[in-house]
Design a protein around this ligand. Structure first.
Ligand SMILES: NC(=O)c1ccc[n+]([C@@H]2O[C@H](COP(=O)([O-])OP(=O)(O)OC[C@H]3O[C@@H](n4cnc5c(N)ncnc54)[C@H](O)[C@@H]3O)[C@@H](O)[C@H]2O)c1
Ligand SMILES: O=P(O)(O)OC[C@H](O)CO
Length: 333
């Protein structure tokens, strides 16, 4: 039996740990709070993050990261992107030498503008082909409820991607492989920002045409930036691109879309933040990282820039829509 560790017992870490148990692995879940680990072991539930979901009795939770990763063949990480560097610096020395490290996170690091797999390579001191990324239309609660879902396992080493694919495939969770790590990761990080924009439009009570326009033009700016960074443009038409955008931008379960909706209704950043009850809306931080990255490569990302301006520069949602609609006319491509 394969030993797997999942570091982070929030919505996605817990749901992915459940997937790994259902796929037949021996899984330990690390929780930041000792009290949560104890509760998961006693009640087989994680109500704050996955309400109403019964977790498998075989899933073991611990507050001790060393115990969590001991002898693990696969170590998956699901914590807020901006905390990865500091946490991994503590965990790195105890990671088993040959384990595959899997990023479940969707963000861009502020300051360095690095993708999460790049941060893992740097901080854990491992070769890039030992790091895989899982990304796609993967709303945690739906997966925990076993709704049929597809995803992508991206790794520069195709053989390793296939191994991870086998380890996390279940009758309700269908992973495809891809060697385009840049495209898959960027798709996941930028869609959070586009989902904020969709939420803002939703909060302003605009309809489906507006949503579809933001989704499609959001995909265009993601692909434009991705191509410049070396991604395969085809990836953006796949699960980690279009698939994730459609799911996140349309779902009331998305924290990013809900956060945007509050901004669109006129709430402040602090008010919207408070309403997340500590859960992460990655797009709020990543919009700055993505914008920095795009500017560094001289790529135009108007929706990302507009979202960043609403979050941090006092632009109102009405001004944001006006700004986007009054840009100079151009060809679609
Ligand atoms: N929730 C989803 O549906 C989903 C799906 C796919 C990917 N993701 C991505 O997975 C990552 C984790 O998201 P989530 O949904 O599990 O978030 P979450 O907010 O539900 O949980 C985050 C977890 O990280 C812990 N945490 C918070 N601050 C921390 C810190 N400073 N150090 C260590 N741990 C800390 C929390 O205690 C919690 O257990 C994000 O990058 C997100 O974009 C989420
Ligand atoms: O709830 P969100 O907005 O973080 O989105 C969750 C997942 O990334 C959807 O694939």
């Amino acid at each position: 039996m394969t030993r797997a560790a999942v570091l982070g017992a929030g919505s996605w870490g817990t749901a992915f740990a459940k997937v790994l148990v259902d796929a037949g692995n021996d899984v330990t879940l690390w929780a930041r709070r000792d009290e949560l680990a104890t509760r998961i072991n006693a009640e087989h539930r994680n109500e704050d993050y996955l309400p109403g979901v019964e977790l498998p009795a075989e899933l073991v939770a611990t507050h001790d990261p060393v115990a969590a990763v001991r002898d693990a063949d696969l170590v998956a990480i699901a914590i807020p992107s901006q905390t990865l560097r500091e946490n991994l610096a503590v965990w790195a020395a105890d990671l088993p030498a040959d384990a595959t490290l899997v990023s479940l996170m969707k963000g861009v690091e502020l300051g360095s503008t690095k993708r999460m797999s790049e941060v893992i390579v740097e901080v854990a001191g491992v070769p890039a082909d030992r790091v895989a990324v899982v990304s796609g239309p993967n709303l945690a609660l739906e997966i925990a409820q076993r709704h049929p879902t597809a995803t992508v396992v991206a790794c520069a080493d195709d053989t390793r991607a296939i191994e991870v694919q086998k380890l996390c495939g279940t009758p309700y969770f269908r992973p495809y492989t891809n060697t385009d790590v840049i495209g898959c990761e960027l798709g996941g990080a930028v869609k959070n920002v586009i989902a904020l924009a969709c939420g803002i439009a939703q909060g302003m009570r605009f309809g489906d045409n507006t949503l579809a326009s933001i989704i499609t033009r959001g995909l265009a700016e993601t692909a434009r930036l991705g191509e410049r960074l070396g991604a395969d443009p085809v990836t953006f038409a796949g699960l980690a691109g279009l698939g994730d955008l459609v799911a996140t931008c349309n779902s009331p379960l998305s924290r990013n879309r809900s956060f945007g909706e509050r901004l669109g209704r006129g709430e402040s950043l602090d008010q919207a933040q408070e309403a997340t009850h500590g859960q992460v809306a990655e797009g709020v931080k990543s919009c700055r990282g993505v914008l920095e990255l795009a500017r560094h490569h001289d790529i135009d990302v108007p929706i990302t820039a507009a979202v960043e301006a609403v979050c941090f520069r006092g632009l109102t949602p009405a001004q944001m829509l006006e700004l986007l609609m009054s840009r100079s006319m151009k060809s679609e491509s």
